[in-house]
Design a binder for this molecule. Structure first.
Ligand code: AHG
Ligand code: MN
Ligand code: MN
Length: 339
C-alpha cells in the first residue's frame, strides 16, 4: 500500500492543534524557519558551482575562520526570521551580541537561537553540514524588545528544537517535545515530506563518535572508556565502530538513527569542551531526549545547565541512554581512583 503524503506544514499545524491554548504562532515560526533552511540548502548544493567557496578573511568570535557560506546562512536566517512578528530577539553562533528585531517590525513572544552552519570546516570537501535551531518563550514583558535574559534560559525551557542536515538529501528533524520527526526535502517541488515519523534512538548502539586525535589530552576515565568500547582486553568481543565526520549535526543524525554515542569532552586543551550550549548542545539534547536518549556533560543533564553567557561552551556526551550512562560511570570511577 502506498503511504499518504504528510508535508511539514500540515504536520506542524497538526502538532500545534494538540495544544488547546496554542495560537498558531509557533507553527508559523517553524514554517518560516523551514523556508530559511530551504534557501540555505539550495545555496549549499550550489557551493561547488558558484564562486562562493573560500574564506571571507574574517574570524568569528570564537577565533575560527568564517567561510562565506556561514555568513550567507547567518544572514539568511535573520532575513527570514526578523519580520514574522513572532520573535522578540535572536542569537547566532556567528554574532557576538544578541540580534534585535528591527524597530519598525512587530515584536513577538518567542526567542530563537541558532547555529546557521554547523560543520563548516567540511564545506569545501562536500561533506554533510547542517543548521541547528532552538526556540524559547520570552521571560521579559511582552511588547518590548527581547534581552539577554530571554536568551539565557536552561534547555528544559525550549518549546521546540531541530536541525536540517544538508547531506545526500536535505532533511529537517524537529521536536516540540512530543516525539521527534524527520522530513526529507523533495528537490523537485521544494517540499519537506515526512519520511521518519517518531524517531526513537536505540537504547544502546554500536558506534562511538569522538575526535580521537585529542586522545593525549583526555581524562583518564575517558581513555579507559574508549579502550573498553574497542574491547582491547577482550579478544572475543566485537568492538564498537568509530564514526566521526566533524559535523555535529551529521554525526548525531547518524547516531540518532542507528544508536551510539557522540562526545565532545573537556580535555587539557578544551577545558569546557568545544561545542556551544545554546546553539548546539541544548537543541540536540532536546531532540535526543525526546527520542529516548540521554545528554549530559559527563555528570549533569545538559538541559538543566543554567547558562551564563550566550556563547558558553560545554562538554557533551549524547546519544543512546546505556552508552551515555556507561561513559559517565567510567568518568566517575576514574575520579574516585584519583582521590
Ligand atoms: P561549527 O562549524 O558550527 O563551528 O561547528 C563545528 C563543530 C561541530 O560541528 C563538530 O562536531 C566539531 O566542531 C568538530 O570539532 P573538531 O574538529 O575539534 O573535532
Ligand atoms: Mn556548530
Ligand atoms: Mn557554525
Amino acid at each position: 500500500m502506498k503511504q499518504s503524503f504528510m508535508t511539514l506544514q500540515r504536520h506542524i499545524i497538526e502538532e500545534e492543534r494538540r495544544h488547546p491554548q496554542a495560537t498558531g504562532e509557533l507553527s508559523s515560526l517553524l514554517w518560516d524557519l523551514s523556508l530559511a533552511t530551504k534557501v540555505i540548502s539550495l545555496e549549499v548544493n550550489k557551493a561547488g558551482l558558484v564562486d562562493i567557496l573560500g574564506f571571507t578573511g574574517e574570524e568569528n568570535i570564537h577565533g575560527e575562520e568564517v567561510k562565506k557560506l556561514d555568513r550567507f546562512a547567518h544572514e539568511m536566517m535573520i532575513r527570514a526570521m526578523d519580520h514574522g512578528g513572532h520573535l522578540c530577539v535572536m542569537a547566532s553562533e556567528e554574532e557576538d551580541n544578541i540580534i534585535h528585531i528591527p524597530k519598525n517590525k512587530k515584536i513577538g513572544k518567542y526567542v530563537l537561537m541558532f547555529d546557521p552552519l554547523d560543520g563548516s570546516s567540511n564545506i569545501d570537501a562536500n561533506v554533510s553540514i547542517g543548521t541547528i535551531f532552538s526556540i524559547y518563550k520570552r521571560v521579559t514583558p511582552d511588547g518590548k524588545p527581547g534581552t539577554v535574559e530571554d536568551c539565557l534560559q536552561p534547555g528544559v525551557k525550549q518549546v521546540a528544537a531541530g536541525y536540517t542536515i544538508y547531506g545526500s538529501s536535505t532533511m529537517l528533524v524537529y521536536t516540540t517535545g512530543h516525539g521527534v520527526h524527520g522530513f526529507t526535502l523533495d528537490p523537485a517541488f521544494g517540499e519537506y515530506l515526512l519520511s521518519h515519523p517518531n524517531i526513537q534512538i536505540p537504547k544502546k548502539g554500536k558506534i562511538y563518535s569522538i575526535n580521537e586525535g585529542n586522545y593525549k589530552y583526555w581524562h583518564p576515565g575517558l581513555k579507559k572508556y574508549i579502550k573498553f568500547l574497542q574491547k582491547d582486553e577482550d579478544p572475543e568481543e566485537k568492538p564498537y565502530s568509530a564514526r566521526y565526520i566533524g559535523s555535529m549535526v551529521a554525526d548525531l543524525h547518524r547516531n540518532l538513527l542507528y544508536g551510539g554515542i557522540f562526545m565532545y569532552p573537556a580535555d587539557k586543551r578544551h577545558p569546557n569542551g568545544k561545542l556551544r550550549l545554546m546553539y548546539e548542545c541544548n537543541p540536540m539534547a532536546m531532540i535526543v531526549e525526546s527520542a529516548g536518549g540521554r545528554a549530559t556533560d559527563g555528570k549533569n543533564r545538559i538541559l538543566e545547565i543554567q547558562p551564563e553567557s550566550i556563547h558558553q561552551r560545554v562538554p557533551i556526551f549524547i546519544g543512546s541512554e546505556e552508552d551515555v550512562l556507561l561513559a559517565e560511570k567510567f568518568l566517575r570511577e576514574a575520579e574516585v581512583e584519583a582521590v
